[in-house]
Design a protein around this ligand. Structure first.
Ligand code: FAD
Length: 502
């Protein structure tokens, strides 16, 4: 290993994490400081690179994400050196990181981009799986290929995708809310989507995929997995592409949703037998009322807080993530957010000198724009990684920079249940209080449009389907024009709203 230096100011620019935030940050630093050595330390054997970046509108962006060997990054940026090893300790006083492979690396400025870990409903139970990285996704696929019934717990993006994508396996989906997908939708949008969930799936594959993963390719790459535990990069949009999400049954899609409940208790088969409890069969519309007990023997049983018990082959815990901060805590006084992330200010600085953070690991602790909120998403990981590098560079060169425009308005494009979904601003009226109004337009099976208005101004929108309204609405939200006089015309399908505001 290269000789290390002891002085904090003589160290390198160091980034920890080979996910989108870390790689974007390292790339941007490499461009800003071509004559500096940039060190990227990552526990994962592959890095995530953003390719085909497209700025769709002022704030909406689309890009592909490619898993690449770290040598590709080093070839593209000769001043980046990648070390494939987990960080086991941070000594901030000495400006030093210790890695699993025995390395000692000194930094003058450091950006932590170590992502987050799935929050599991129960740790150490082999029948409870979390999905985070390529390895865990493949473990899930392996277990699903032998499964007749699974239970999904959680109501965020991952649970939504799984509920729609899984075939040939009974799926019981337990959510603590009244309606599906509450992270992204209100009850109206959820109802719109639920009809697609329970209907037969269209033959066509999802039209446009944005992330390139292949089960085969990933298998090869993951053989060199570093030994830092469950610390691979998070999967992202279209993470299930290339995975065969099929169980053992003949039918294509069978899902039952249990609302307003959580997991009370999990029993292994033997525990369940001893407890002398009874489990329910898979509920179907045509079920014989007298069949109230499931005769099948299952490896694991889940008792829900609504009193119902279901047996299944395994449980998918898709209940959110916790920032991956442990390796950096001992001996360092980081201020932490309520969600457990490293608090960062409007220049992505943590509370510890010379240390920045970006992506899933951090909690945005600045006073945000009235139209932005942090969500642990792919796009924000890229934006934060890029902006952290800019801020770090500005601090070194003594320049003052303004907050990046991407933090003005929350904007996210994704796909759920094969529909294009665009979320803008305070799309769920987050934090707006009770004096807001909603305007809706819905064509069953085709589009769902919701606009959040306050004091005549558009504050947010949910656009599901090919609505073509995203750019116009983005502008209306950004310029905060008073729209009171337009009333219902705003969503009138017979009015070309784009022309209206030209
Ligand atoms: P990560 O991608 O988690 O990268 C963290 C990096 O840090 C990894 O390289 C890891 O190896 C490294 N690391 C961790 N600990 C250490 C250590 N001690 N030492 C050194 N290196 C370390 N977002 C969307 O926008 N749309 C979606 O549809 C979507 N779907 C998702 C589906 C799944 C299954 C998952 C898990 C996430 C999904 N996300 C989605 C979220 C998105 O993937 C994350 O927000 C984003 O990838 C976070 O990027 P990051 O760089 O902050 O962290």
């Amino acid at each position: 290993m290269e000789a290390t230096r002891r002085s904090g100011t003589a160290g390198k620019l160091v980034v920890v994490g080979g996910g989108i935030a870390g790689v974007t940050c390292a790339e941007q630093l490499a461009v800003q400081f071509p004559s500096e050595d940039i060190l990227l330390i990552t526990a994962s054997p592959v890095i995530k690179a953003v390719t085909n970046f497209k700025q769709v509108s002022k704030v909406l962006e689309e890009f592909d994400v490619e898993e690449q060997p770290s040598t590709m990054l080093e070839n593209r940026f000769p001043n980046i050196q990648v070390i494939e090893s987990g960080v086991k300790q941070l000594k901030s006083e000495e400006h030093c990181l210790l890695t699993e492979d025995g390395g000692e690396h000194f930094y003058k400025k450091l950006c932590l981009c170590a992502g987050a870990k799935p929050k599991l409903i129960c740790k150490g139970n082999p029948y409870v799986l979390g999905i985070r990285d390529t390895d865990s996704a493949q473990e899930f696929q392996k277990q699903l290929s032998q499964a007749k019934r699974i239970l999904i717990v959680g109501n965020g993006g991952i649970a939504l995708e799984l509920a729609y994508e899984i075939e040939s396996c009974e799926v019981i989906w337990a959510i603590k809310d009244k309606a599906i997908g509450n992270t992204f939708f209100d009850a109206g949008a959820a109802e719109f989507l639920t009809s697609r969930l329970t209907a037969e799936k269209p033959e066509t594959a999802i039209a446009h995929r944005r992330t390139r993963y292949t089960a085969e390719g990933n298998k090869k790459k993951s053989q060199s997995k570093a030994s830092a535990g469950n610390t691979g990069s998070a999967l992202g949009p279209d993470w299930h592409e290339g995975l065969n999400l099929k169980g053992t049954k003949e039918f294509s899609h069978k899902i039952h949703i249990e609302t307003l409940c959580e997991v009370q208790k999990i029993y292994l088969q033997e525990e369940f037998r001893i407890a002398e409890k009874k489990s329910l069969p898979f509920p179907t519309a045509y079920q014989n009322e007298s069949v109230t007990t499931d005769k099948e023997l299952w490896p694991v049983y889940v008792e829900l807080t609504n009193g119902k018990i279901y047996g299944c082959d395994f449980i998918v815990s898709a209940t959110g993530v916790t920032p991956n901060i442990e390796p950096f805590l001992t001996g360092n006084s980081f201020a932490l957010g309520e969600d457990g992330g490293l608090k960062v200010d409007d220049h992505m600085r943590t509370s510890v000198a010379d240390i920045y953070a970006a992506g899933d690991i951090c909690t945005a602790a600045w006073q945000p724009s009235a139209l932005w909120q942090q969500m642990r998403l792919w796009t924000q990981a890229r934006q934060m990684g890029w902006y952290a590098a800019k801020c770090l560079g500005a601090d070194i060169s003594g320049h003052v920079i303004e907050m990046d425009f991407s933090f003005e308005l929350f904007a996210h494009v994704t796909k759920f249940f094969n529909y294009k979904v665009v979320l803008l601003g305070k799309y769920n009226a987050q934090g707006l209080g009770s004096d807001h109004e909603l305007m809706l337009r819905c064509t069953k099976g085709q589009e769902y449009i919701k606009v959040v208005m306050q004091n005549g101004r558009m504050m947010g929108a949910v656009l599901i389907g090919e609505t073509d309204l995203e750019e116009t609405f983005e502008n209306l939200i950004l310029n905060q024009m008073n729209l009171s006089s337009y009333g219902e015309d705003l969503l009138d399908p017979n009015i070309d709203i784009e022309d209206y505001f030209d």
